[in-house]
Design a protein around this ligand. Structure first.
Ligand SMILES: [Zn+2]
Ligand SMILES: [Zn+2]
Length: 276
C-alpha cells in the first residue's frame, strides 16, 4: 500500500524490485547460500542429542499482532505454559530461552497486514531472523503476523492459527485467527497452544525427524498425531478446535499438552543418542 505514494514510474520500479526480492528468496529456499546455512535448522538427531544444551526462541511481531504477554487464563505469565511444555518436550535437559515481554521481542514495522503464504513467511524470516544455531544451541524463529494464512494453492484459510516451515525452524502465528475467538479470556492460551503445536513441528514431530515408536502418526494429514488429546493433532492448526481444546484441557493449573505418545518418541530418541 505504501508503494502507491511513489507515483507511476517509481511504483513500477518498486514492484520490479519487490518481485526480484521474492524470486531471490524462493531460489535460496533449500539452497546452501550463506544466510541459508546460518538459518539452517538443527535436525532432530542433533537437537535431541547431548551436545545441544540450549534452545533459543527468537520472537518478532508485526504491528497489530503483538503476542499476548502477562496474565492469561489461570497464568500470571502465560509464557509459563510455554516453559512447562518445552521443558516437558526436552525432559528438562535443555536450557530454553525465550522472551516473555514485548521488550524482549522485535516489532517489525515493515511487515504490514495482509495474507501470508509459507514463502512470504520465509521472506520475512530471511530479512529479520537474527538468531543462529551453533553446535550447542538450536535456534528457532517465530513471527506473529497481522493476517491470514494462504496455502500454496492460493486459498486463504481464516481459521488457521499458525504454520511452520519445519526444515527451516520457522514458525508464523496468524493473530486474526486467534483474536476472532469471542472468548477473549482464553485467547492467550489458544495462542500459546498454537505456538506449541508449531514448536512440535519444528523439533521433528510427528515422525518428521523424531522417529515413531508407537502407532500415533496421522500420516494422511502430514506430521500429525492421531491422539485427539495431544496438541499435535491436525485439528489444532484451526482456531475453533483449539478454543474447544483449551476449554476442555486447561482444568489443571499448568497442563502439559503434548500427548504421551509424542513425548515418548522424544525420550526414546534422546536415549538412543546418548554416548555408550
Ligand atoms: Zn500441524
Ligand atoms: Zn501426540
Amino acid at each position: 500500500m505504501r508503494l502507491l505514494r511513489f507515483g507511476g514510474i517509481s511504483l513500477g520500479i518498486a514492484l520490479a524490485s519487490a518481485l526480484a526480492s521474492l524470486s531471490c528468496s524462493s531460489s535460496s529456499d533449500g539452497s546452501s547460500g550463506s544466510s541459508g546455512t546460518r538459518a539452517a535448522k538443527v535436525d532432530a538427531q542433533t537437537l535431541f542429542g547431548p551436545n545441544v544444551t540450549n534452545v533459543d526462541i527468537e520472537v518478532d511481531y508485526a504491528a497489530g499482532a503483538a503476542p499476548y504477554v502477562g496474565t492469561g487464563g489461570q497464568y500470571k505469565d502465560v509464557w509459563n505454559l510455554f516453559r512447562t511444555n518445552t521443558n516437558a518436550l526436552f525432559d528438562g535437559k535443555k536450557d530454553i530461552s525465550f522472551p516473555n515481554t514485548l521488550e524482549g521481542m522485535e516489532k517489525l514495522d515493515d511487515v504490514t497486514a495482509g495474507e501470508f503464504t509459507k514463502s512470504d513467511v520465509l521472506a520475512i524470516a530471511k530479512t529479520h531472523r537474527q538468531g543462529a544455531s551453533t553446535a550447542a544451541t538450536a535456534s528457532f524463529y517465530v513471527v506473529f503476523l497481522d493476517g491470514k494464512f494462504k496455502d500454496d494453492a492460493g486459498t486463504v484459510l481464516p481459521d488457521v492459527t499458525s504454520t511452520a516451515i519445519a526444515d527451516k525452524g520457522v514458525i508464523a502465528i496468524f493473530k486474526p485467527a486467534i483474536t476472532a475467538n469471542p472468548n477473549s479470556a482464553i485467547a492467550p492460551l489458544v495462542e500459546q497452544s498454537a505456538l506449541l503445536h508449531q514448536i512440535g513441528h519444528v523439533v521433528g514431530f510427528v515422525n518428521n525427524g523424531v522417529p515413531l515408536n508407537s502407532e500415533h502418526h496421522d500420516a494422511a494429514n502430514g506430521a500429525h498425531c492421531t491422539n485427539k488429546a495431544c496438541i499435535m493433532n491436525v485439528a489444532f492448526e484451526g482456531a475453533e478446535a483449539t478454543v474447544n481444546f483449551v476449554a476442555k484441557s486447561f482444568t489443571a493449573p499448568d497442563p502439559v499438552i503434548f500427548g504421551q505418545e509424542c513425548l515418548s518418541d522424544a525420550r526414546i530418541l534422546e536415549n538412543k543418542l546418548l554416548p555408550e
